[in-house]
Design a protein around this ligand. Structure first.
Ligand SMILES: [Zn+2]
Length: 237
């Protein structure tokens, strides 16, 4: 016996990662959610989910779908760590823009060894977040909890700070960056139209114009209530 982690197939890794992101907030993942997350037909999901359950990576939640077991979570976090370290390295060391790193990391995450990832992490002095603001799991499998709301859920008049943005669509990332809507930026929701209507936000700072965002974009921006910043950079609760 060795302590080496198992070599999982690329599709098993993709499934575990997709189920992880669907269940991160405590929900279970249905077959149709998983199919949507992986952009495949629901009919092809059931067989793989059965195999993942037999391998001990997922368990069924009656009438709701599946969730990861402790072992499934451990494997999913290894892949998420590989993905996020790769994105950070590509961006910090190789000059990739934040809208370019995701697709590259999607390919490399299946090939990179944990040793290479650990060396990259060490070279970057163990970064806490990837370029899109998502927390990077530690080598030991711990990850910061992210119970962020999306901007779509924020009420009028509330001031929030952008913590992370969804990273899987390069065009939308370029759009957000061009408008200054990136992690650590604070903004106020000025108006919020009912029935899936757009939100108007104003970035905190001098002379910033109000910007209108559709619900599709608002849902991709994760926020937390804006704390007052201390001089040292920490937050006053
Ligand atoms: Zn990514």
């Amino acid at each position: 016996m060795t302590d080496d982690p198992p070599n999982l197939s690329r599709s098993v890794e993709d499934y575990l990662k997709a189920i992880y992101s669907l269940t991160e907030r405590g929900d279970s993942a249905s077959t149709s959610n998983i199919a949507e997350g992986l952009a495949i037909q629901p009919a092809s999901v059931s067989g793989m989910v059965k195999r993942l359950a037999e391998a001990g990576f997922v368990e069924h939640v009656p009438y709701r779908g599946v969730r990861l077991t402790a072992e499934g979570t451990r494997e999913a976090l290894r892949i998420v760590r590989r993905h996020r370290i790769l994105e950070t390295y590509l961006s910090a060391r190789l000059g990739y823009s934040w809208d370019d790193v995701h697709d590259e990391a999607e390919r490399l995450e299946h090939a990179a060894s944990d040793d290479l990832i650990d060396r990259m992490a060490a070279a970057l002095e163990d970064p806490q977040h990837d370029p899109h603001g998502a927390p990077i799991p530690t080598r030991g499998g711990d990850v910061e909890a992210t119970n962020y709301a999306s901007l779509a859920e924020v009420g009028e008049g509330e001031r929030v700070e952008i913590r992370a943005v969804r990273d899987d669509d390069a065009e939308r990332l370029r759009f957000l960056e061009a408008r200054g809507l990136v992690p650590r930026v604070q903004l106020t929701v000025e108006t919020r139209d009912p029935f899936e209507g757009p939100v108007t936000v104003r970035v905190t700072g001098k002379g910033e114009e109000a910007q209108t965002l559709g619900m599709d974009l608002a849902r991709r921006i994760y926020v937390a209530p804006a704390g007052r910043r201390k001089a040292g950079g920490g937050e006053v609760p």
